[in-house]
Design a protein around this ligand. Structure first.
Ligand SMILES: [Zn+2]
Length: 86
């Protein structure tokens, strides 16, 4: 019973496997997302800099997940918030 994994639900995320909504959790330690309704697991897609480095078996499915997970932006390092024009 060692729940050391920190997880947070991804609001609005739909599981590509079972289709359940709001069942996707982000495992911050494992750096992947999981579905609590089924045993779906997927490692975090690499940042935009590395689009298709890995060899995925089901690319179509993976792309679908990325699209649906778009509204969930934990952080975007490309956004420069320090736009001080003084
Ligand atoms: Zn699921």
């Amino acid at each position: 019973m060692n729940s050391s994994h920190r997880r947070r639900f991804i609001a609005g995320a739909v599981c590509p496997r079972c289709g359940a909504m709001d069942k996707i959790v982000w495992d911050m330690d494992a750096d992947r997302r999981e579905c609590v309704a089924c045993d779906f697991q997927e490692a975090r897609p690499q940042a935009d800099s590395v689009p298709e480095l890995k060899t995925r078996v089901n690319r179509a499915s993976a792309r679908l997940v990325e699209t649906q997970a778009q509204p969930v932006r934990l952080m975007d390092p490309t956004i420069d918030a320090s736009d001080g024009d003084d």
